[in-house]
Write a protein that binds this ligand. Structure first.
Ligand code: CTP
Length: 402
């Protein structure tokens, strides 16, 4: 695929892998992209700005600059100019800055100003890469919707061998090409995603809920956004850090609130993804005051909550797509398939509970997708953002979509 006309900011930071950014620049330019390089000053120790300026055919930037009006805003302009902000290699230091909003150089300021998608390719020694603080920063960036180009395994500059090498430039270019080929396939589409758990109040201080983290729903929301959709999120209480301004975001607590928020916008949606783990029952009555401890046992009467997916499924337009999720512990496939017709879904995603690497709080998942048409596909265990892409790709097999 050609990258003709695509504007890419290539950030280069202080890592031995910075020497590979020369090859990366050449490949991006060769594919037709316009490349603006921003270096951190510590990258100067590994590769010269002159090399990268020559290959990119543009001056390399590393400092905040005043323009002719004396205004200090080149980071904002750059952030608006780019179609993609790619940092390769990204050091542990710059990862930490991006994850925590630290803004002490041009590169980190452009990161905070950029409205375009962000991809980062970590490069560091294997123990650094495995350190929980680095992994936590990587996860934070993923939760912000940034794409992580996972480090590859092999021989490292330290002489050790393991995961930490920057992804090879050829592979990065393939990822960039893939990114641009899918960036607009959902443009103009409105997508509703319900996500997270619901909380059903018992009294003013207690509630009934479940362990849903919202990670799968958020991965889907980010993936739809990256593919050009307008994304409407109705989210139960989640603890993830999210850049909510990229979405139409509505926070709710109970199933009833989630239903009301989703119902209001349902009619204008093209695609609805019901990824929330909605509590099936809620306390029949909410005690007005904190329930006091008295007898040895306490019975709470529960009443069935509204089924959001089933209820909106009854109103589904012929050209609307509804996607459900199922979590089953027995007769998984059969139970999931029966929910397909019961809730008028076009497709249902069965989360495996028995597979290692699949589950509520994890960053990975393994799913089995069943279509109403009979088609089905099973994934491997993979990061939730990859599972999100697989699910979205499956939408293209739904008859109303074709
Ligand atoms: N769902 C919903 N509203 C509910 C319950 C479920 O919108 N009150 C949606 C979920 O978001 C999911 C699908 O329905 O997409 C299936 O959810 P699940 O909990 O597996 O199904 P239930 O119908 O609750 O069946 P059960 O818990 O008995 O397996």
């Amino acid at each position: 695929m050609s990258l003709k006309g695509k504007k890419i900011i290539l950030g280069v930071t202080g890592s031995i892998a910075a020497y590979k950014s020369a090859v990366l620049t050449r490949l991006l330019i060769k594919a037709g992209a316009e490349v603006q390089i921003i270096m951190s000053t510590s990258a100067f120790d590994f590769i010269t700005p002159l090399t990268l300026a020559t290959l990119s055919k543009r001056p390399v930037l590393s400092q905040f600059q005043k323009d002719e009006t004396g205004v200090w805003n080149n980071h904002v302009e750059l952030g608006l100019w780019a179609d993609l902000f790619l940092v390769a290699p990204i050091s542990a230091n710059t990862l930490a800055k991006f994850a925590n909003g630290i803004c002490d150089n041009l590169l980190s300021a452009v990161y905070l100003s950029a409205r375009c998608p962000v991809m980062v390719a970590p490069a560091m020694d294997l123990d650094m890469y495995q350190h929980p603080s680095v992994q936590a920063n990587i996860q934070k960036l993923e939760a912000f919707g940034n794409s992580i180009l996972d480090a590859e395994s092999g021989e490292l500059a330290s002489g050790l061998s393991g995961q930490g090498r920057m992804m090879e430039p050829e592979h990065i270019v393939a990822k960039v090409e893939q990114f641009f080929s899918t960036t607009s396939d959902f443009e103009g589409k409105k997508v509703l995603i319900t996500m997270g758990p619901t909380q059903e109040a018992l009294d003013p201080v207690r509630y009934i809920s479940n362990h849903s983290s919202g990670k799968m729903g958020l991965a889907l929301a980010n993936a739809f956004l990256a593919r050009g959709a307008e994304v409407f999120v109705v989210s139960g209480p989640i603890a993830l850090k999210v850049s909510k301004q990229a979405f139409h975001w509505q926070d709710v607590k109970s199933a009833q609130e989630m239903f009301e928020a989703a119902s209001k916008i349902h009619a204008e949606m093209d695609i609805c993804v019901f990824a929330a783990a909605v509590a099936d029952y809620a306390p029949a009555e909410i005690a007005p005051e904190k329930i006091k401890k008295s007898d040895a046992t306490l019975s709470i009467s529960l009443a069935k909550n509204i089924d959001i997916a089933a209820s909106l499924g009854e109103k589904k337009r012929p050209n609307q797509v509804h996607i459900g999720f199922a979590l089953e512990t027995e007769n998984e496939a059969k139970n999931a398939q029966s929910k397909l017709s019961k809730k008028n879904f076009d497709m249902i995603v069965l989360n495996s509970t028995k597979e290692y690497g699949a589950g509520f709080q994890l960053d990975t998942n393994k799913v089995h997708v069943f279509h109403a048409s009979g088609l089905s596909i099973e994934s491997e265990v993979a990061p939730k953002n990859q599972i999100a892409s697989l699910i979205i790709d499956q939408i293209k097999n739904i008859p109303v979509w074709v």
